[in-house]
Design a protein around this ligand. Structure first.
Ligand code: SF4
Length: 186
C-alpha cells in the first residue's frame, strides 16, 4: 500500500471517530477532546495523570487543556487529588460517573463493531499502526506514552518490577498503564 493511500485511510478513520465522539458526547455536554482526556486519564499511571501530561498527550496548549479540565470537574467527571509527597503536583482522577460514561462511549460502539471485521488479522494491523505511530512520534520529537513492558527503564527481579528512572517499585497493574516518561527499549 502506498504512503498516500495509508494517509488517506488513517485520516478518514480519525475524522469519522471524532465525528462519532462528537455525536455521542453532545447529549452529555461533552466535546471529543473531553472524552479523549478522560480516556487518557483512565489509563495513565501515577507519573502521567497531571494537567501537563494531558496537554502533551492530546497535543494541546496548557491553557486550552486547563479550561477542558475545569469543565470536566464541574460536570462531576473528574476530581483532583494532591500528591502525597510533593504539594506542587496534582493528580487527576476520573470519577465513577466518568468511568461509566467511558465504558459506554469510548471506544464508540461503532468502532467495536467495525474492528470485528479485521478480527482475524487484528494483531497484524495493530503492529503496523504501532510502528507507524512510533515513527511519527520519533520524527516529531513527541513523547511515546507507552507501557512499561516496552520501556527501557523497566527492571525485573525475582518476579517484581521496578522503574529504573524513578527507582519506585511498580505494581503489576501499574506496568500496563500509559506513562509520560516512557522511552522505547532498543
Ligand atoms: S519503567 Fe518506563 S514506562 Fe514504566 S514507569 Fe518507569 S519510565 Fe514509566
Amino acid at each position: 500500500m502506498s504512503g498516500d493511500r495509508l494517509f488517506d485511510l488513517v485520516e478518514r478513520i480519525g475524522a469519522l471517530l471524532r465525528s462519532e465522539l462528537r455525536r455521542l458526547g453532545a447529549p452529555h455536554g461533552l466535546e471529543p477532546v473531553h472524552l479523549q482526556a478522560l480516556a487518557y486519564l483512565a489509563r495513565a499511571n501515577r507519573y502521567s495523570d497531571t494537567p501537563i501530561a494531558v496537554a502533551e498527550f492530546l497535543g494541546l496548549t496548557k491553557g486550552n487543556v486547563s479550561q477542558r479540565l475545569i469543565a470536566l470537574e464541574k460536570a462531576g467527571l473528574l476530581r483532583r487529588r494532591p500528591d502525597r509527597d510533593d504539594a506542587r503536583v496534582v493528580h487527576l482522577v476520573p470519577t465513577a460517573k466518568a468511568q461509566t460514561l467511558l465504558e459506554a462511549l469510548s471506544p464508540p460502539p461503532a468502532w467495536r463493531t467495525a474492528t470485528a471485521a479485521v478480527a482475524g488479522d487484528q494483531e497484524g494491523v495493530e503492529t503496523a499502526l504501532a510502528t507507524l505511530l512510533s515513527a511519527l512520534q520519533g520524527a516529531n520529537g513527541r513523547r511515546t506514552f507507552g507501557q512499561c513492558r516496552s520501556c527501557r527503564f523497566l527492571q525485573r527481579k525475582d518476579g517484581a518490577f521496578t522503574c529504573g528512572l524513578t527507582h519506585d517499585p511498580l505494581e503489576p497493574d501499574h506496568t500496563l498503564r500509559l506513562c509520560r516518561e516512557h522511552e522505547p527499549a532498543a
